[in-house]
Design a protein around this ligand. Structure first.
Ligand SMILES: NC(=O)c1ccc[n+]([C@@H]2O[C@H](COP(=O)([O-])OP(=O)(O)OC[C@H]3O[C@@H](n4cnc5c(N)ncnc54)[C@H](OP(=O)(O)O)[C@@H]3O)[C@@H](O)[C@H]2O)c1
Length: 346
């Protein structure tokens, strides 16, 4: 089959077209999907550069060629012996963090818990723009911070970086759950984030959010320590100094520490660092959040999309052959919503 794998770590030029990739066979709980569309998430760029390799290399059977890509929309081609929910021809969507299930290729297998039926009111390109960012947000709020939708009702929530892939989804979800949302982005994206539901939009190039916001209940930080340690402290400073406050970071030092120190030394070191960071933030609850698949989250996403509560926000669409340019676009850190990859137009 055709795909755009990498054969070494590096910049966006490491993708190499190949027509000789083997189509994987399905295990009992798996579904083989003909990939129609995928998307680019910053994690795909980071994996391409070797981020997290101490862990990800252990999870792959063969190091290279490595097929990246975390989102999928497509058509079921065949199913494993224990699959009763899906059959050949079903239109599905989903996402994965499994390094063996990349979607920058024509076919791949997914665990049945990572996919669901694609909402009919979305095109394949639209459908591939949502699952990873949606389930990242879902994991952050529900799994890691243990918040329920009703906990967010009338609460003041700050989303740092509201105009990117995660931010454009998070604003819509939080608004739907009744939160009052403030966010940061460039001036030219203020109209977009306000249309999505943000009440306050701050141009981070002109103003410091910490001087404008106070007494917030939750910060959902899509910049994290990539913005420097001051960025995290600034987020903590706008929260109420109470045990009901939550700071949730999507960018933190867990995998970076393990990469730097190796698994044996790195893992306890990363756990210690997280423990200390949590302790320093008290009484505010601090969470280092990572994407986790969630079947219930994906089902709820499908319901919200069908009801037009959530709409996809697409920056641009590239063909799979132009994956290099798509990755370069995301590497600017100024995509407006999602960069989508059209894999198969037939
Ligand atoms: N832990 C996890 O499992 C997980 C999962 C998903 C994502 N993430 C991380 O979360 C972050 C966001 O992901 P994403 O998919 O939303 O990325 P993205 O789409 O590439 O984000 C681009 C957006 O970031 C905004 N931005 C850049 N610098 C900013 C700053 N200093 N302040 C405010 N906004 C800024 C840009 O706004 P303007 O163009 O308007 O300036 C742009 O709209 C990434 O760093 C990613 O690695 C982590």
């Amino acid at each position: 089959m055709f795909g755009m794998p990498i054969n070494r770590y590096g910049d966006a030029s490491v993708f190499e077209a190949s027509k000789e990739l083997s189509t994987p066979s399905v295990n009992a709980n798996e579904v083989l999907i003909k990939v129609k569309s995928s998307s680019v998430n910053p994690i795909d760029l980071m994996k391409r550069e070797g981020y997290g390799k101490t862990i990800f290399e252990k999870q792959r059977k063969k190091l290279f060629p490595w097929i990246l890509g975390s989102d999928v929309s497509g058509i079921v081609k065949s199913v494993g012996s224990k699959i009763t929910k899906f059959k050949e021809g079903d239109e599905v969507w989903g996402s994965t963090s499994d390094p063996k299930c990349g979607t920058y290729c024509e076919y791949n297998v997914f665990n049945q818990n990572e996919i669901d039926f694609k909402p009919e009111n979305l095109s394949f390109n639209e459908a591939a723009s949502l699952p990873y960012v949606a389930l990242t947000t879902w994991s952050a709020l529900i799994r890691w911070a243990a918040l329920r939708p009703q906990d967010l009702e009338s609460k003041k929530v700050f989303v740092q970086a509201g105009s990117g892939g995660v931010g454009t989804f998070a604003i819509q979800l939080l608004k739907y759950w009744g939160a009052q949302v403030a966010t940061t982005c460039s001036q030219q994206n203020h109209r977009l984030v306000k249309e999505l539901g943000a009440e306050v939009a701050i141009d981070y190039r002109q103003e410091e959010f910490k001087n404008l916001l106070q007494d917030y209940d939750v910060v959902f930080d899509c910049v994290g320590d990539f913005g420097g340690s001051e960025s995290v402290n600034n987020c903590l400073s706008i929260l109420k100094d109470e045990t009901t406050s939550h700071y949730i970071s999507l960018n933190h030092a867990f995998l970076r520490t393990i990469d730097e120190k190796g698994l044996l030394l790195g893992l306890p070191s990363a756990i210690k660092l997280r423990h200390q960071t949590k302790k320093d933030a008290k009484p505010i609850n601090l969470h280092w959040s990572v994407y986790r698949p969630s079947n219930s989250g994906l089902r709820e996403l499908g319901r919200m999309v069908k009801a037009e509560i959530i709409k996809p926000v697409i920056d641009s669409v590239y063909s799979l052959e132009n994956i290099k340019e798509a990755h370069e676009k995301v590497s600017t850190s100024h995509a407006k919503g999602k960069v989508v990859i059209e894999v198969n137009t037939e």
